[in-house]
Every structure is written in structure tokens, then in C-alpha cells.
Design a protein around this ligand. Structure first.
Ligand code: NAD
Ligand code: AHE
Ligand code: ZN
Length: 370
């Protein structure tokens, strides 16, 4: 079939809207009509050329929601008409990791996914005979996309696509990092580096679980109003306190250091600050931000010897097919706020504006509606 999609032909070039070829779903795969997709900073990161797994040309996008239109042979868990959220972290429920119940990082299709291919090592996308790669196994910047059955979460049908698409990455990543990865306790002091589409979801989850101080750190003061609305109690602007005084400022504010910190920027310097502002003996720092290929983190080992813990979180530690439908329920029950974080909505033709707004610091989330 033909489908309309935004194609990333090469790094650092605007996406172009094309009518491309899409092969139908093979065994174990489903065809999904994407109704809406968010634009996450990770899409911009890959487009910047700094992603070691970035391949071009590709259809980017990993924060979508849509409707199953066709299923391949052997598919049993979804059928045409089902509403789904694509999962860049699938859940096969059979691999060593899924069976371990210790991690959400399902390994069933990770290697082909990182090569921009479907599990049978081929692509379903092409444009004028040229292969176009998949991205993160999802490619939601296409009106129709093909996904492995294990990479879709079936969700309730009364949930609006233009809001729940954000659960496909940002909401689950931020909320999940608090509840699954860190397991933040009531009364904890929490610090959030980066008040963007991920950091604000960390903030709303920290408030939800009853955190005490919720301290936000950002260079952009225009993020403060929204962060306060979501639960931020204190703000640290590194340009005001001094970029080398951020740790000191947080240790002062928390009376000794944070119980939990979350790095939601993707900068190795702020990752170090996030660890070092944690409380001696028990403070845990969770790395969420994705740093450029080749970047490395460092700290004095003494920071770890004296009890601080450095952890990472992918997709908020959530098991997609199990946890994503529950997060959709939380949204529908008014337990989490998604609507206010979606600051811009646009048609596919204007998708490059979403990247511009993100780089200019003017949006929290832009959502493309097909
Ligand atoms: P965003 O652009 O919406 O937000 C980033 C925020 O960081 C902005 O408010 C910006 O002003 C602030 N910032 C930038 N540099 C700063 C600095 N030096 N000090 C303080 N603040 C600074 O991005 P997002 O969509 O929220 O994504 C945040 C990061 O999380 C990205 O690296 C993204 O790739 C990553 N991410 C990771 C996962 C995961 O599963 N681990 C999932 C989604 C996104
Ligand atoms: N391809 C990158 C890795 C990027 C990365 O860490 N991705 C996160 C999700 S970001 C969503 O916005 C993730 O889930 N990682 C676990 C995994 O298996 O990719 C690189 O640097 O090579
Ligand atoms: Zn993302």
C-alpha cells in the first residue's frame, strides 16, 4: 500500500512529507493506522546524527497511538479495530528478561530494531525503490506503520489518540521512572534536572506518590510556571546560582541532599550533578536523558563508596503490554494530567515546526495529528 510519512533523509535536514510504499504485515506483525504522534527529544537526538543507532533514510517517531487495520498470520493478541499504542520497548513475555520480571528490557527483537529493520531483517518501507528504515521499531511519523505483535499495547477505545500518544514515551518514561525504577517514597525530597516533556512527568508522579520537596533545575525560566502547576516546590536556575554551585544549592535546600534525583536532559555534566546532589548514604540518581554517542559519565568513586546510587531507566521501567493500558486508565480517571503538557498540535505537513519549537524551548510536547 501507499502511505503518507515524514521521511528523515539525512542527519540535520528537515523531514520531508512523501507518499511512500509500505508492505503489509508478515507473520507475527500488525498494520496500524497511526492517528496521532508526539515528538520527543529522542527523535531530535537521532535526527541530529548523534545516535550511534541512527540510520537514514528513516521514518522517525516513537510516541504514537492508532488503530490496528490488518494482522499477519499467527497474530492472536490483537485484531483489526483494536486501539493500540506502539511500544519501542516490546514485551514478548518469553525472553529471559521478560521471564525474569527484573527488567522491562525485552530482548526478543532488540538487535534488528536497532538496525532499523523488522525481526526478519527486512524493512516494510521504501520510496522509489530505495529502502527506508524503521526507527525504534515504531516509525510513528507515518500514517500507517507495521509493528511486531509484541510491540503494541491494546488500550481502551474511549481514550483520545491525540493525548494518549504521549503515553507511548514521555508520560510512561517520567511516571514510570518514579514508581517502577526509583520507587520514590512519601516524604522523599526529589530533584528533577530538565523541565521538559519527561521531567514534568517525573514531577507529576513525584507529587502523586507524596514527595515532600520537588526541586526543578532548568536553564529556561519559562518552564517554571508549568512545573509549579505539576508539583514543583522549588526552582534552581544554574545561571542564577552559578553553574558550578548547583549541587551546593540543592544540598542546602534539602538539608543534606536529595533522596532521589532524575536527569531528564541527556547531558553528562548534569548527570554528574544529579548524582552528587544526592544524600550521602542512600540518595539515588536515575539517568533518563540520552547522551550523545561516545559521551561518558564520571564522578569520584567516593560518591558511590559513600552510598549514593547511580541507576538508569528506559521507558520508565514499564512493561509495555501490561503497564501502558493501566496508565491510559489513570489518564482517563483524571489521576494524571496529560492535556496541559501538550502545548502544540499540528498536521503532519508542519512536523518540522515541532522540532523548531522544541529547540527554541517554546513547547513541552507537540503532537502531530493525521
Ligand atoms: P525536552 O527538550 O522537552 O526537555 C529538556 C529540558 O532540559 C528543557 O526544558 C531544557 O531547557 C533543559 N535543559 C537543557 N540543557 C540544560 C542544562 N544544561 N541544565 C539544565 N536544564 C537544561 O526533552 P524531553 O523530551 O523531556 O527529553 C529529555 C531527555 O530524556 C532527552 O535526552 C531524551 O532523549 C531522553 N528520553 C529518555 C527516555 C528513556 O527511556 N530513558 C525516554 C524519553 C526521553
Ligand atoms: N539508540 C541510542 C539509545 C537511545 C536510548 O537510550 N533510548 C531509550 C529510549 S529513549 C525514548 O525517547 C531506551 O529505551 N533505551 C533502551 C534501549 O534498548 O534502547 C543509542 O545511544 O545508541
Ligand atoms: Zn521518547
Amino acid at each position: 500500500m501507499k502511505t503518507r510519512a515524514a521521511v528523515a533523509w539525512e542527519a540535520n535536514k528537515p523531514l520531508t512529507i512523501e507518499t511512500i510504499n509500505l508492505d503489509g504485515p508478515r507473520a507475527g506483525e500488525v498494520l496500524v493506522e497511526i492517528m496521532a504522534t508526539g515528538v520527543c527529544h529522542t527523535d531530535a537526538y537521532t535526527l541530529s546524527g548523534l545516535d550511534s543507532e541512527g540510520k537514514f533514510p528513516a521514518i522517525l517517531g516513537h510516541e504514537g497511538a492508532g488503530i490496528v487495520r490488518e494482522v499477519g498470520a499467527g497474530v492472536t493478541s490483537v485484531r483489526p479495530g483494536d486501539h493500540v499504542i506502539p511500544l519501542y520497548t516490546p514485551e514478548c513475555r518469553q525472553c529471559k528478561t521478560c521471564l525474569s520480571q527484573r527488567s522491562n528490557l525485552c530482548t526478543a527483537i532488540r538487535s534488528t530494531q536497532g538496525q532499523g529493520l523488522m525481526p526478519d531483517s527486512t524493512s516494510r518501507f521504501s520510496c522509489s525503490d530505495e529502502t527506508v528504515f524503521h526507527y525504534m521499531g515504531t516509525s510513528t511519523f507515518s500514517n500507517f506503520t507495521v509493528l511486531p505483535e509484541i510491540a503494541v499495547a491494546k488500550v481502551r477505545e474511549d481514550a483520545p489518540f491525540d493525548k494518549i500518544c504521549y503515553i507511548g514515551c514521555g508520560v510512561t518514561t517520567g511516571v514510570g521512572a518514579v514508581i517502577h525504577t526509583a520507587k520514590v517514597w512519601p516524604g522523599a525530597n526529589v530533584v528533577v534536572f530538565g523541565l521538559g516533556g519527561i521531567g514534568l512527568n517525573v514531577i507529576q508522579a513525584a507529587r502523586m506518590v507524596g514527595a515532600d520537596k520537588i526541586i526543578g533545575v532548568d536553564l529556561n525560566p519559562s518552564k517554571v510556571a508549568m512545573a509549579k502547576k505539576f508539583g514543583m516546590t522549588h526552582f534552581v536556575n544554574p545561571d542564577e546560582v552559578g553553574r558550578d554551585k548547583v549541587v551546593e544549592a540543592i544540598v542546602d535546600l534539602t538539608g543534606g541532599g536529595a533522596d532521589f534525583s532524575f536527569e531528564c536532559i541527556g547531558n553528562v555534566h548534569t548527570m554528574r550533578q544529579a548524582l552528587e546532589c544526592c544524600h550521602r548514604g542512600w540518595g539515588e540518581s536515575i539517568v533518563i536523558g540520552v547522551a550523545p554517542s561516545g559521551a561518558e559519565i564520571s564522578t569520584r568513586p567516593f560518591q558511590l563508596v559513600t552510598g549514593r546510587v547511580w541507576k538508569g531507566s528506559a521507558f520508565g521501567g514499564a512493561r509495555g503490554r501490561t503497564d501502558v493500558p493501566k496508565i491510559v486508565d489513570w489518564y482517563m480517571e483524571g489521576k494524571i494530567n496529560i492535556d496541559d503538557l501538550i502545548t502544540h498540535t499540528m498536521p503532519l505537513e508542519e512536523i518540522n515546526t515541532a522540532f523548531d519549537l522544541m529547540h527554541e524551548g517554546k513547547s513541552i510536547r507537540s503532537v502531530v495529528v493525521f
